[in-house]
Ligand binder design. Structure first.
Ligand code: GMT
Length: 374
């Protein structure tokens, strides 16, 4: 198939999923055209089936806000026509689904039918999309999509509960490339971070308030009182300063390292004993899946779709959002040497349920179904 993928090109989960999907589809022989405002961060190798089309928004003194959505819709019209695309797959409803709707209408006037698939990733529904400033457009453009997918059953339910959706939403979860995300031998790194065999806890995120990074620090503070341990904080974002201040207040700075945005997160995960994800909202939790693939059990909140991934008592534990005490209790249980090896093995077994080869075909089948229905 000749597929157009529209996504945010940044490190955010939706952009990562969209890019990894495009790469896999290209390896399977599909031609994949990325349409976005800059080269997707994970579009890091050459393949004759991969194309990137940059959306350029001309600025004009009259515009207080540059009209990205219009430039995107125009670019979609151009690429669908010129490259003879079979399908447009947009990731994250805002503004991609509404731009795709506009492109579809314009193409119709030229006698071209293009099916549009929208994948809902999370905050486009749970946070931003619900805002009255966006809600009517989000509802409309989901209903106008030819196919809709959500990354967890919970996100599908949330979408039905908060928007008047007439479309069927298919659940296709996030997936993981187990060739890249696997536990590697990085003993030198482990020794450098934990010279006395301290347990290593890891958190990775974009440090937005939904990630509750202060809870990460609080959990670590309590765990460290019981078990010698270190904490690695990977990523960056608005709440980093708050997390750093809390480390200072609790006097744990010597045992916490803020590593910033890292490309090779799997190297850090390879030496980790426990992953912390106390999020307020999380439609799936791709970062937890990456950890599990590297044999790292997960202590998380029970927000959104996380319990569909992190099996309570098997791959780690889930607790109510903000229940730091419960998360500490569970972390201590998992980190106990009598329990840790089994949790690590279980984490990998669970991650295998989401490996690329199992999930990408679900998208291919969905594309075909939507195309056939046209
Ligand atoms: O939360 C993030 O880190 C970014 C966000 C996004 O929209 O890019 O991630 C969302 O999509 C991911 C991929 O489908 C999911 O794994 C994340 O759980 C989801 N984040 C939230 O729901 C907060």
């Amino acid at each position: 198939m000749n597929i157009g993928i529209v996504c945010y090109p940044t490190f955010g989960g939706s952009g990562v999923v969209a890019t990894e999907l495009g790469k896999e589809l290209a390896l399977k022989g599909h031609r994949v055209h990325f349409i976005t405002y800059s080269q997707p961060a994970r579009l890091d190798f050459f393949n004759e089936n991969l194309f990137y089309h940059e959306v350029i928004v001309p600025s004009y003194p009259l515009f207080q806000y540059d009209p990205y959505e219009l430039a995107l819709a125009s670019k979609m019209v151009d690429i669908v026509q010129f490259e003879k695309l079979d399908i447009l797959h947009v990731h994250y409803a805002i503004p991609h689904a509404s731009a795709a709707f506009m492109a579809k209408q314009i193409l119709k006037t030229k006698g071209i039918q293009i099916p549009v698939i929208t994948t809902l990733h999370g905050t486009d529904i749970t946070l931003v999309g619900k805002d009255p400033s966006f809600e009517p457009v989000v509802t409309f453009s989901i209903n106008q999509s030819d196919g809709v997918t959500a990354v967890s059953a919970d996100l599908r339910t949330e979408t039905y509960n908060h928007f008047r959706i007439e479309k069927e939403i298919e659940v296709i979860p996030n997936f993981i490339n187990l060739e890249r995300f696997q536990r590697q031998r990085k003993e030198h790194f482990k020794t450098a971070i934990s010279p006395f065999g301290e347990k290593l806890l890891v958190h990775t995120s974009n440090f937005r308030s939904v990630k509750r990074v202060q809870d990460v620090i609080k959990i670590f503070y309590k765990v460290r009182q019981q078990i010698p341990s270190k904490l690695l904080m990977v990523g960056d974002g608005p709440d980093r300063m708050k997390a750093e201040k809390l480390c200072r207040k609790l006097n744990v700075c010597n045992d916490v390292r803020f590593l910033g945005k890292l490309e090779a997160v799997e190297e850090v995960l390879s030496v980790a004993d426990l992953f912390l994800m106390p999020s307020e909202k999380e439609s799936f939790g791709l970062a937890a899946l990456e950890a599990m693939a590297c044999q790292v059990p997960v202590i998380s909140s029970n927000a959104g779709g996380i319990p569909e991934l992190n099996i309570h008592g098997v791959t780690g534990f889930v607790s109510p959002v903000g229940d730091v005490q419960d998360m500490v209790k569970n972390a201590l249980y998992v980190l106990d040497d009598a329990n840790l090896p089994q949790f690590k093995a279980n984490a990998l077994t669970r991650a295998k349920d989401f490996e690329t080869s199992k999930i990408v075909p679900l998208y291919e089948q969905f594309y075909q179904k939507i195309k056939d229905a046209q």
